[in-house]
Design a protein around this ligand. Structure first.
Ligand SMILES: [Zn+2]
Length: 252
C-alpha cells in the first residue's frame, strides 16, 4: 500500500520518515518485480536472443482476422520470421491462422486464454487454467504444446510464475516495445522500433486486439511493418522466429 504523508510530518518525525521510506521502497520493488516486463525478480525472463546478430520480432494478442493475415503476408514477402503470442479463446475461433503461422515457419506461444487484466490478482489455480486451456487449444491444431509464455502486459506475479514453472514453460519478455497498442502513427511505431533496436533484441508488436481493446485497430502496426523490416535488412539484421533463435525446444 502506498501511503501519502504530509512532508512537514516526515521532516519532524524520523519514525514517520522511516515508514514513508519503506513504503516508497516497497512500491518501487513491486513496480520493478511485477510490472516491469524485463525484471527477473519474480521469475527468470528471456528478453534477448544473444549471441545471434539478428532480432526476434514478436506479435501479441492474436490471432485476429484482418490483421494477423496481413502481418503473415508481409513477413512472407520479406522472407522474415517471427513469433506470435496467442490468446487461447481466439486460437479456438481462428485455427486456420495458427496453421498458417506454423506452415510459414513462425513460432507460436501462449498468451493466456482471455488476457484478462484482473488476472494479476488471481492465484496459481487461475493461471494454471489459463495456461492449460490455451496450450490444449494450440495442441489440437499443431499437435504440440508451447513452452513459451508471455504474460499479459508483461506483468508477472508469484502465483503466475509458479503456474508457468509447473507447466514447464518459460517467460519471454522483450527489450524493445513498439507501444503500438496506443493510438500512434505508423511512422512513430517505425521510429520507436528502429531507433532502439540492437542486434539480439526481442521486439514486441501487436497483430491482435485483446478483449479490452475490441474496438481498436492495429492498422498502424500493419502499415509500419514493411518499413521496419526494410530498415532492419539495411542494417544486416534478419528477423528470426524464437524456434530459430533459442537453443532449446519451443514445444513439448
Ligand atoms: Zn497482450
Amino acid at each position: 500500500m502506498i501511503v501519502n504523508f504530509p512532508s512537514e510530518l516526515i521532516m519532524q518525525h524520523p519514525f514517520v520518515a522511516g515508514v514513508a521510506g519503506v513504503s516508497a521502497g516497497a512500491a518501487l520493488a513491486i513496480w520493478y518485480g511485477v510490472l516491469y516486463s524485463g525484471s527477473n525478480v519474480v521469475a527468470p525472463v528471456i528478453k534477448t536472443i544473444y549471441p545471434h546478430k539478428a532480432v526476434a520480432l514478436t506479435f501479441d494478442d492474436g490471432p485476429t482476422p484482418g490483421f494477423t493475415d496481413r502481418v503473415l503476408d508481409i513477413l512472407r514477402q520479406q522472407h522474415a520470421h517471427a513469433s506470435f503470442f496467442l490468446i487461447g479463446s481466439q486460437v479456438k475461433q481462428y485455427p486456420e491462422l495458427v496453421h498458417r503461422m506454423i506452415a510459414e515457419g513462425h513460432t507460436v506461444g501462449n498468451h493466456t486464454w482471455d488476457h484478462h487484466h484482473h488476472g494479476v490478482w488471481h492465484g496459481e489455480a487461475y493461471w494454471r487454467d489459463q495456461l492449460q486451456r490455451t496450450s490444449a487449444a494450440l495442441a489440437e491444431i499443431i499437435g504440440r504444446e508451447p513452452t513459451l509464455f508471455r504474460a499479459p502486459m508483461g506483468f508477472k506475479t508469484p502465483p503466475q510464475a509458479r503456474a508457468v514453472r509447473k507447466s514447464a514453460m518459460r517467460y519471454i519478455a522483450w527489450r524493445v516495445r513498439a507501444w503500438d497498442t496506443l493510438k500512434i502513427s505508423p511512422r512513430t511505431i517505425c521510429r520507436i522500433v528502429t531507433s532502439q533496436i540492437r542486434p539480439g533484441d526481442i521486439v514486441t508488436l501487436h497483430d491482435g486486439l485483446e478483449p479490452a481493446r475490441r474496438n481498436c485497430s492495429q492498422e498502424s502496426t500493419i502499415q509500419a511493418l514493411p518499413e521496419i523490416l526494410k530498415i532492419l535488412k539495411s542494417r544486416g539484421l534478419a528477423s528470426l522466429s524464437l524456434e530459430q533463435a533459442l537453443n532449446s525446444p519451443v514445444y513439448q
